[in-house]
Design a protein around this ligand. Structure first.
Ligand code: AMP
Length: 418
């Protein structure tokens, strides 16, 4: 039986244990306890784990044991987003410190030159987003025939983004005898099918029941009128412990507008979204991680993979339309067992989304209503709610809410296809 409290019992080599020590990790996380020994035996692994559970270490640690220095590209990690690929590469570099194993990042939005150089000089590990990787594959810049380990990270998100053809192309080009690992925060049917297609007789491991939220995260929903959201946020930011805040906005323009509003109130703020150049996004992240910026306003681009220790609060300034996105967004706080708070703003037309989230979580989220900011309700809520319905004075915003829904759905469609 493996001792849950010790890396020593997972079967890792001494240099890996030193690297783990160097990371300041004292004990393996549950997903590491389950995945590492199986992967070390060469088994394929399918892991249901969200970011924040230590899943990156769960595949990197065993993979590093198998990588031969100077043996060319052997570990390929496919990630849905650039930030995630960069973080995987950073963790790989940190865990292989002391060896000559080199790690490269192949992502869109960066110039081809250094990427080609990394590919030509035979980096042992590459973390990549599928789009750019396929560009290189099509140009013949990359040969996957010597890949020993293929990892699909955040597979659900990659499928959501339409990357299935690129993933299948990578799988086709890599050797049949490779080891495959697939990690996903959720396991809908499409991901399940992909897991069966890519892996052979895998060990299934789960960090926590699907879609659950890390323990220690306090969740609360504020009912608010749309026009009062900025003031409510400013009031909350005055509260104790609001040290490092990640706020999610629905649109890029919404994120920029909120940033402007907070800056006018003298709150150090930056924004992270797809319209910003890569170097600005990197800078925003660095400033946030260093504490120079107190509030980072992001679109869903940043909901996954963003790994900043010490985020005290996640604010869903705009409620996520997809309950899975809620789980991923709030997973940015309460990292590695630290306490965190997730606050969701809910307007009158959005109660349905809150209920879908609660349905997904299997529990109710505490609601708070501050009279100065609350929306006072709409007839639509009562009709849709069916439970706990407060008495709503009909103020004729039902029609507007319905319009809002269509807009949001359109928006989310656009986001997905981008
Ligand atoms: P991940 O789920 O891979 O995104 O990891 C979340 C965070 O936990 C990262 O900052 C990791 O560096 C950190 N981490 C991973 N494994 C451990 C561990 N065993 N102990 C403490 N922190 C860890």
């Amino acid at each position: 039986m493996v001792d849950l409290n010790s890396f020593r019992d997972l079967g890792l080599a001494p240099e890996r244990l030193r690297a783990v020590d160097g990371m300041g990790w004292t004990a393996p996380t549950p997903i590491q306890v389950r995945a590492v020994p199986a992967a070390l035996e060469g088994r394929d692994v399918v892991g249901v784990a969200q970011t924040g559970t230590g899943k990156t270490g769960a595949f990197l640690l065993p993979a590093l044991e198998r990588i031969v220095e100077g043996g060319g590209l052997q570990l390929l990690v496919l990630c849905p987003a650039r930030e995630l690929a960069r973080q995987v590469a950073e963790e790989a570099a940190a865990l292989s410190r002391g060896s000559r194993i080199r790690t490269g990042v192949i992502v869109g939005g960066a110039s081809y030159g250094p990427q080609l150089e990394a590919l030509r000089s035979g980096y042992e590990i590459v973390a990549a987003t599928p789009g750019r990787l396929n560009d290189h594959l099509r140009r013949g810049a990359l040969d996957l025939r010597r890949i020993r380990i293929l990892v699909l990270d955040e597979a659900d998100r990659m499928l959501d983004m339409g990357f299935r053809p690129q993933i299948e192309d990578v799988v086709r080009r890599s050797p049949k005898g490779r080891q495959s690992m697939l990690f996903s925060a959720t396991m809908p049917r499409g991901v399940h099918a992909l897991a069966l297609q890519v892996t052979r007789d895998p060990v299934w491991v789960e960090a926590a029941p699907e879609g659950t939220v890390a323990e220690g995260i306090h969740e609360v929903a504020y009912t608010v009128k749309p026009s009062s959201k900025p003031d409510l946020l400013l009031q909350l930011l005055d509260g104790p412990g609001w040290d490092q805040v990640l706020a999610f906005a629905k649109t890029k323009s919404g994120a920029d507008a909120l940033r402007g509003r907070l800056e006018r109130a003298d709150i150090a703020t930056d924004a992270l979204h797809a319209d910003r150049q890569m170097r600005h996004r990197t800078r925003a992240l660095d400033r946030f991680a260093s504490g120079e910026v107190r509030v980072l306003v992001a679109t869903d681009l940043a909901q996954r993979g963003l790994d900043v220790a010490g985020i005290s609060h996640v604010v869903n300034y705009d409620i996520p339309l997809d309950p899975d996105d809620y789980v991923h967004r709030i997973g940015r706080t309460g990292r590695a067992g630290a306490p965190g708070t997730a606050v969701t703003f809910v307007t009158g037309g959005e109660l349905g989304y809150l209920r879908s989230i609660e349905h997904r979580l299997g529990r109710r989220i505490e609601r708070v209503s501050l009279p100065e900011y609350d929306y006072g309700g709409s007839p639509l809520d009562v009709a849709a709610s069916g439970r706990g319905g407060r008495s709503r004075a009909g103020r004729g915003i039902g029609a507007r809410s319905a319009e809002e829904l269509t807009d949001e759905e359109l928006e989310s469609l656009l986001n997905v296809s981008r």
